[in-house]
Ligand binder design. Structure first.
Ligand code: NDP
Ligand code: MG
Length: 345
């Protein structure tokens, strides 16, 4: 029987706001990660005693956790090296790991794609399953999603940027995987994200959601659109709302942001916007959206309570984005504001 890899149960930590925790620990962690990005030999040393999350063709390895939940499987680098040897693979694959952060205990965290290995054999060794990233978003906690999304996005970037777009020559990564260099021109390439504005429009009593034909059945979300070159967030927001539903917004407020790995790393800037209750007639661009409509507070409240998407044969119901998506956060914020406004009246 194959020797099983013993998973490490560690607290996955992403960067936290300096004011929210002990400042000095946060500062030392951030500086350590920065050093690892800049110093290849320090990073190679850190890799030898690091924690590693595994992916197979960009799907993260998950293991069952308490009460029917799942968690990203994390292993020591020596266990990963032993597994690579047992499966007849070169230990060198380990150096293709990408740095994703560092634990509260200053232990470097890496992600490695073992797509060259037999998927079932790795799953057997590790007592877990590789789960497609979108699906894994429904299984993981809010603390685990960002680091898994970051790991997948970085691994994808390396897989698709092996050649310099200016010279056509191969590019070479640094040990942390935070950049690739074209040695023939000296150009340094960094991982990129496309800025996207996502906006929840309200007329004071209702909020506006749309759906693309590619969304799962019954799912509606806030309007979103990529920023054009040279645009500000405000300009993108006004243009997208005008293009997609034919409305002019009166006011805008920023909510929060999120890295979104689908389909190719967007940087989502989440906003609320209001339109005049006198100008709410929609003129939907059906080349962009299959449907868009206004939703009452009651409709949103009951849609947020749905635990699973509508199945085939169920009565048509509205399904909102998963709880880790910024679209979900904007809708929840709007609902809470409406409820507190109502209570205050
Ligand atoms: N996290 C969340 O809650 C949500 C996230 N999103 C994400 O927001 C993103 C943008 O939303 P969407 O409504 O599709 O955007 P848009 O309304 O801008 O429409 C998408 C189209 O814009 C064009 N486009 C322009 N710039 C880019 C670029 N940099 N990358 C890709 N396409 C571009 C493409 O057209 P063409 O193919 O004709 O060139 C594409 O089909 C999506 O990737 C989606 O995953 C959306 C909703 C919720
Ligand atoms: Mg759009």
């Amino acid at each position: 029987m194959a020797a099983m890899l013993k998973p490490l149960r560690i607290l996955l930590s992403t960067s936290k706001c300096p004011q929210s925790r002990s400042c000095s620990r946060y500062v030392s962690r951030m500086r350590y990660v920065n050093q690892l990005k800049e110093d290849d030999s320090l990073c190679a040393e850190a890799l030898q005693s690091s924690h590693i999350m595994l992916f197979h063709r960009l799907s993260p390895l998950l293991q069952p956790a308490e009460r029917g939940t799942f968690t990203p499987a994390t292993f020591s680098s020596s266990d990963v090296q032993l597994m690579l040897e047992r499966l007849g693979h070169d230990r060198c694959l380990l150096t293709e790991s990408v740095l994703v952060g560092c634990s509260e205990e200053n232990q470097a965290q890496f992600c490695l794609d073992v797509g060259e290995l037999d998927q079932a054999a790795v799953e057997d060794e590790c007592e877990g399953n590789f789960v497609e990233l979108r699906k894994s978003f429904f299984l993981l906690t809010a603390a685990e999603v960002p680091i898994v999304a970051k790991g997948q996005a970085l691994l994808r970037w390396h897989q698709t940027n092996r050649f310099c777009c200016a010279t056509g020559q191969p590019t070479h990564r640094n040990q942390a995987g935070s950049q690739r260099v074209c040695r023939s021109s000296g150009t340094v390439h960094y991982p990129t994200m496309s800025p996207v504005v996502i906006v929840l429009v309200s007329d004071g009593k209702r909020c506006l959601l749309g759906r693309q034909s590619s969304f799962p059945r019954g799912m509606y979300s806030a309007l979103a659109g990529f920023c054009d070159m040279g645009e500000s967030v405000e300009e993108t927001l006004c243009r997208e709302v005008a293009e997609e539903v034919g409305l002019e917004v009166d006011s805008i407020s920023y909510s929060s942001s999120q890295h979104w790995p689908f389909p190719h790393s967007s940087f989502m800037l989440g906003c609320h916007a209001s339109v005049s209750p006198a100008h709410t007639q929609l003129d939907v661009d059906h080349t962009e959206l299959e449907d868009a409509r206004w939703f009452s507070l009651e409709e949103i409240t009951s849609a947020l309570q749905m635990k699973s998407p509508p199945r085939r044969g169920d009565p048509p119901g509205v399904w909102l984005p998963p709880k880790h998506a910024i679209g979900h956060r904007l809708i929840t914020e709007w609902m809470e504001r409406q409820q507190s406004g109502e209570r205050g009246e």
